[in-house]
Design a protein around this ligand. Sequence first.
Ligand SMILES: Cc1cc2nc3c(=O)[nH]c(=O)nc-3n(C[C@H](O)[C@H](O)[C@H](O)COP(=O)(O)OP(=O)(O)OC[C@H]3O[C@@H](n4cnc5c(N)ncnc54)[C@H](O)[C@@H]3O)c2cc1C
Length: 404
Amino acid sequence: MDFTISDQMQATLTLIDEFMHNEVFPFEADFFHHSFKDLLPELQKKRARVKQMGLWGPNYPAELGGMGLGLLEHGLISESLGRSPLGHYIFGTQAPDAGNIEILHMFGTPEQKEQYLKPLVNGDIRSCFAMTEVNTAGSNPLLMEGTAVKEGHDYILNGHKWYTTGADGASFAIAMMVTNPDAHPSLRCSMIIVPCDNPGFNLAGNISIMGEKGSDYNSHGEVLFQSCRVPQSNLLGKEGHGFRLAQERLGPGRIHHCMRWLGICQRSLDLMCERANQRVIELDGTTLAGKEIVQHWVAESAAEIEAARLMTLSAAWSIDNLGMRKSRDKVAMIKFVVANTMQRVIDRALQVHGGLGMSDDTILAYFYRHERAARIYDGADEVHKASLGKHVLRSAKKVARQSV
Ligand SMILES: Cc1cc2nc3c(=O)[nH]c(=O)nc-3n(C[C@H](O)[C@H](O)[C@H](O)COP(=O)(O)OP(=O)(O)OC[C@H]3O[C@@H](n4cnc5c(N)ncnc54)[C@H](O)[C@@H]3O)c2cc1C
């Protein structure tokens, strides 16, 4: 396994680092005091600068207008961008568009690519991904109830989805619906493209999450598909292959998430150290950094971040070099390890900041509110642990049998 960074890659990382410090971190104050929607014109200008610098869409293939980097290299960039909630958006690599782009690139028809993929990669439009339902457990998508029924040349979609990230302001959704109710449970669902201005696509509103409804990209919508008619040509891939397509976006998507979370960890640790070094806590001038418990928090955080980073890079290397099938255990491991590392590091950093940590004068409270969800979306901790545990136990049984 080789994590060596080329000189060219190091130069790119330095450039991105400078951009984050000079253009993105200072802009966060505006982000706290305005809605995302209001910031769009300024965000567009920043996106234009990123494009001029040749840094747009690090993970997208060069033929689509991206930088064409492998998973390992994109992972490193993703960590750098993840230090701010605005980083991925400004560089055009935000979820769920990144995953939708991968699916469209791999499975889209030439017409779908022309109409949806091109403007999406270019950042002219946004998309969303509507799978989770209000009334069925998202942890087991085999229970899904939303339907797409054929009528003439069309599908008629009906379903009640929520947590459709970025539905507000999106141009189209990729909806996961039951198309083949009588098939094997893993072959019942399909992905279908639905333009959001379709009269049967109704955004009931943005869900209030930890006191915030958000807007535009920075929101999670509740969506009603009500007799929503789309042509059958909007099917993505083969009918009944929805879960197979979802598997394709799983590996790269997981690396993007985990490296973004590591960026959040690193920024929180940096802030923790800065505050601990400055904050005088005794009459003799001792700072928080002089307290053993704070030293332990800093040490534990640094070590946990390093371990989580190496695990994630190892999973990225494995997908790049051995393929997704052979990397499944690693991909499941990083999900819960990195999400929990992040939660601990943010919590320690917030504690060191005291009252300041609870205020919106630093980014920590934002991270604390928004990143708790990391242990739930993209598969809850318990689901990943159960599937990894079963797989490790099965492998152990095989080894035991072979050695008898
Ligand atoms: C911020 C955020 C963004 C999201 N974005 C999207 C999006 O863009 N598109 C989309 O379709 N969905 C999205 N989701 C939805 C997300 O994928 C689901 O919330 C997730 O799959 C869990 O489903 P659920 O909420 O129905 O919880 P449930 O399935 O009801 O599970 C509840 C809890 O039960 C426990 N649990 C579940 N299964 C097991 C098990 N086998 N063993 C033990 N315990 C278990 C877990 O602790 C879990 O948290 C998002 C969610 C959040 C919070």
